[in-house]
Design a protein around this ligand. Sequence first.
Ligand code: HAM
Length: 421
Amino acid sequence: MTELFKAPKGTYDVTPPFSALWLAVRDALSTPPRNSGYGYIETPIFEDTALFVRGVGESTDVVSKEMYTFEDKGGRSLTLKPEGTAGVLRAMLESRMDRGALPAKVWYTGPHFRYEQPQSGRYRQHTQVGVESIGSSDPALDAEVIWMAHHAQRNILGLKQVRILVNSLGCKECRPGYRKTLVDFLSKCDLDETTRARAEINPLRVLDDKRDAVQDQLKDAPLMPDHLCAACSEHHEKVLGYLDVLGVKYEKAPRLVRGLDYYVRTTFECVHDGLGAQSAIGGGGRYDGLIETLGGPAIGGVGFGLGVDRTCLAVQAEGLKLVDESSTDVFLIPVGQEAITKVVGIAGDIRSAGINADITYDGRSIKAAMKSADRRGAKFALIIGEDEIANSTAVVKNLVDGSQESLAVESLVSVLLDRLK
Ligand code: HAM
């Protein structure tokens, strides 16, 4: 026998009934941006490799270890997008959105690819809902972005175990001085070789190390929020103030450093306490300077990426019931060859009226058909046989209370619409 193919390592298929939850989560995460002036943008799955090297940063794990890079038949080096920001900014600049009304605000969703060690909640293909807003340095915009994540997760999805961690990473004025202070501090710590190498490339990332042995030594480490310049400090205080106004409960996280190089000032992460190691269900921040790095004007921006896959895991971990998995309300059962034509027509009418309906195919017995109706959670079974064809009626069985009646075919749509209200 030929062996079946499997999904590639680190990927999974989104199949029914789970797919209903997956779609509901993606929809919930994109609702706040759709209601807050963000237009939809869709960009290619692959981009010039150089875009990510320049945009995300050569020293990041994402670029140095995790990219799916290939050469196409024309000899171009292309990379499947490991994250959304660089490609979306490229598209916004290419379509001159930076020259129109500012801030220019977009939202997107789609798959992203990272060659990571797969584990629960960490995949080689994952889906994000993201936003990018460019052309304003107003701290109210940072707060808007954080609020949108909070609103989708807490209010629309109803997650309770999410925490929003907020930090400021300073700017090109104050970060170099802080970095130097941190490097001095780290040089006195007893770090293993890999961590020391990491400290040389990006000392701030060491603060984010999850290992106790490292964290123990970092208790007195200098922290960025204590070294912000006056402008960054004011910006940070304003962001926090607006979050208070918006009712967003946040935690100050002075050690939060994100894995992408482009962040300045506001950074944040949404963590879910029911997920174990891969607890970040979203994150983002401000990236003033990145647009210039990509060849655009000196304007700033802020955005987020929310993980659809991990948010589904969070919804499941909290046992939330978001979707009614029984998407079929009426199950149509033809008895005999002639009835099939009739049922096909009635199913068309019922479905056109917006009722979720399905048919039993292949001439299955009433008993088998009723079982399927039950399994699908249908509320009504509609049975048509020779007698019903002769009288232009249908037997409608209420599967909830077991009652049964004979209805004229012309009245079916209106009666069912009424009963399903
Ligand atoms: P990120 O934190 O790298 O940020 O990814 C955003 C979210 O995508 C994460 O919080 C997580 O939920 C999900 N995610 C990332 N990698 C994986 C994976 N391997 N498996 C499952 N889920 C994953 C960004 O990508 C930035 N572009 C966000 C942003 C937009 N910042 C500003 N604008």
